[in-house]
Ligand binder design. Structure first.
Ligand SMILES: Nc1ncnc2c1ncn2[C@@H]1O[C@H](COP(=O)(O)OP(=O)(O)OP(=O)(O)O)[C@@H](O)[C@H]1O
Length: 396
């Protein structure tokens, strides 16, 4: 299904709601999330633990499983052919075609995403072949056709022609007994080695792209032989192997030490340019937001409460929650983090009206009764607060 939304957005979330049916009651995890990601930008989602960052990322990939359910909203995604689809309207098969292909993801724990039993090279090659084997098979077919033109031996020509027939069957994913049988005959399955060589070549290039020195060595290593930073670079290489349009990154550096974290962020920034990527970057760390994001959405208790360019968020925060988050950053390494007063709301019985009102220094009766809507108070600066922009008045 194609939806018309002609603009520069790669992704647009509209009114997304997610619920978890638990023994404690219905967890209202996302309560109408709205934001967009433009082509080739890094959009950050920042907020305290439990506010709904990961649930948002998982919803985009349709990875919310029982007891969770997406109950409302739209997730509009601009495909490589420029058609816009609502991910929530797709069949499971259609979603699988997009997930890990046009939309890739990297997660917090690099170790968990790699299989300890296989070498990194094998895993990377498999990832490449799962998306690109047809492209490689077509290249190999053309190469064999050129070989046939130069070949004098009748028998060799015959064998090469049989290889071409087999390649065509593989491109069409014909899984017949004949295909399986022919694929086992050494004289006509030479294309398999060529396919493997092409995937290896691409894997080594990707390992170079993610700036791993000695990529040939890394290719042969098992995951346990790599450091945390090296593993995360391999994961990024795997995520890029399908040449995605959108990369979702859920706290991918939080388990790494600070200097490696910073290098990975710089790498992602470079890769965004080289690979024409848009990135959704999820973090609870405003320092990370400052380093990597172009725009940011501040999330509180299942709502995006402020969206702005990264400079505006730091220099002119308008929502009282964003202001508290920024004030919580210690001004020197010696200083402790200043925690935000109050507690993160219970999502089974969330506060009425604006969910931040119990912790907000500016809350009044109106905030308790009715939730404000997200409004553009300054150019490209959206805020969901009755008091933002004017310390005394009520603008919204
Ligand atoms: N499988 C689940 N079952 C029940 N509730 C869930 C489940 N997954 C998430 N939730 C609820 O959804 C809310 C949002 O969770 P989410 O993982 O998105 O938070 P987060 O902002 O990513 O936090 P963190 O930074 O700690 O990862 C949580 O408060 C939790 O109550």
């Amino acid at each position: 299904m194609s939806v018309n939304a002609p603009n520069d957005n790669v992704l647009e979330l509209k009114g997304l709601k997610v619920r978890f049916d638990t023994y404690e009651g219905l967890v209202k995890a996302l309560e109408g999330v709205n934001f967009n990601i433009k082509s080739k930008e890094t959009f950050g989602i920042v907020g305290e633990t439990g506010c709904g960052k990961s649930v948002t990322a998982k919803s985009i990939m349709r990875l919310i499983s029982s007891p969770g359910k997406i109950t409302d909203g739209e997730i509009l995604f601009k495909r490589e052919n420029n058609g816009v689809i609502d991910i929530l309207e797709l069949s499971d098969k259609e979603v699988r075609e997009i997930r890990g292909d046009e939309i890739s993801m990297i997660f917090q724990e690099p170790g968990e995403a790699l299989n300890p039993v296989y070498t990194t090279g094998y895993q990377l090659k498999e990832a490449i072949l799962s998306h690109q084997s047809n492209e490689f098979l077509k290249e190999i077919k053309n190469e064999i056709e050129r070989e046939i033109e130069e070949e004098d031996s009748y028998i060799k020509k015959k064998l090469l022609n049989t290889q071409i027939k087999l390649i065509k069957r593989n491109i069409k994913k014909e899984d017949s007994r004949l295909t399986k049988y022919l694929s086992k005959i050494p004289l006509i399955n030479g294309y398999k080695d060529k396919l493997s060589e092409k995937a290896k070549e691409k894997a080594i290039n990707l390992l170079e792209d993610v700036e791993l020195s000695e990529p040939e060595e890394i290719y042969k290593n098992y995951p346990h032989e790599l450091s945390g930073g090296q593993k995360q670079r391999v994961i990024i290489a795997m995520a890029l192997s399908s040449e995605p349009t959108l990369l979702t990154a859920d706290e991918p550096t939080s388990s790494l030490d600070v200097s490696i974290q910073s290098k990975i962020l710089s790498l992602l920034d470079e890769l965004k340019e080289e690979h024409n990527l848009s990135i959704l970057y999820i973090t609870h760390n405003l320092g990370v937001v400052a380093q990597i994001c172009d725009r940011v959405g501040v999330m509180y208790s299942g709502r995006i409460v402020e969206i702005a360019n990264v400079n505006d968020i730091f220099e002119n925060p308008l929502h009282p929650y964003t202001i508290s988050l920024i004030e919580a950053i210690p001004s020197s390494e010696k200083e402790e983090l200043n925690p935000i007063g109050g507690v993160v709301p219970n999502l089974v019985n969330p506060p009425s009206g604006c969910r931040f009102h119990p912790r907000c220094p500016r809350a009044n009766e109106r905030c308790k009764k009715k939730r404000p809507s997200l409004k553009e108070l300054e150019k490209d600066h959206w805020v969901e607060c009755y008091h933002s922009g004017d310390k005394d008045g009520e603008l919204n």
